[in-house]
Ligand binder design. Structure first.
Ligand code: SF4
Ligand code: SF4
Length: 201
């Protein structure tokens, strides 16, 4: 009897970069569409999660890195839990963003990238999210000073926005950032916890 061997690989450089960055093998995707069917943001995306996966496999790197899809992804992980092939689609979305930035591609939704940067530097500095500081940093990045002002005032009146940061746990958070940085500098195969699912090509 003839043995059927399925080669789960492709020549996509982006697929390779995603595997390196996230450990996720997009070539396991068999286009069932369950990720797209469950995605709460799919209706806003230019390419649904399953379409993006297919485009990566086909080596359509330009289309993928210039897509809005990964920037709209809310990281809710619905796709990840639904995938019958156990591809962590949410991780793939992150890896596409990181790879696009490394390749010098401007984010297709710059406000989202600005939000990530403002939020991360805020947490690194204060140890946890300090909303007022984050809003100021975001406004300075986007130069959109009046958007959501009414909502901000409402939150402030209800005591949801604190004027001063607490710095609780700031030292510990700084250590975590330091550790993550040193892990990021390691080749992926040497990073702790990389032995997992879907890493073989
Ligand atoms: S993680 Fe992103 S792509 Fe996946 S279901 Fe949630 S919003 Fe959609
Ligand atoms: S759920 Fe998994 S196998 Fe199905 S289309 Fe999405 S990534 Fe591919």
């Amino acid at each position: 009897m003839m043995e059927c061997v399925q080669r789960i690989s492709s020549d996509s450089s982006l697929a390779e970069a995603i595997l390196e960055e996230s450990g996720q093998n997009v070539n396991l995707c068999y286009q069932c569409g369950k990720c797209a069917a469950g995605c709460p943001i799919a209706y806003e995306m230019d390419y649904k999660p399953s379409q993006l996966m297919h485009a990566i496999r086909l080596g359509m790197d330009d289309l993928v890195v210039n897509s809005k899809t990964m920037w709209l992804c809310a990281a809710c992980e619905t796709c990840t839990t639904r995938c019958p092939q156990e591809v962590d689609v949410a991780k793939v979305m992150d890896a596409v963003k990181i790879t696009a930035m490394r390749r010098g591609i401007k984010p297709t939704i710059p406000e989202v990238a600005s939000f990530y940067k403002a939020a991360l530097s805020n947490i690194r500095m204060c140890g946890r999210m300090y909303e007022v500081g984050m809003i100021v940093a975001l406004k300075l990045r986007t130069l959109d000073f009046f958007k959501d002002m009414g909502l901000g005032m409402k939150m402030f009146k209800k005591g949801k926005l604190k004027l001063m940061p607490s710095f609780t746990g700031a030292r510990r958070t700084m250590k975590i950032f330091g550790r993550v940085k040193s892990i990021e500098n390691l080749p992926r195969r040497c990073r702790p916890g990389t032995a997992g699912r879907n890493q073989t090509v």
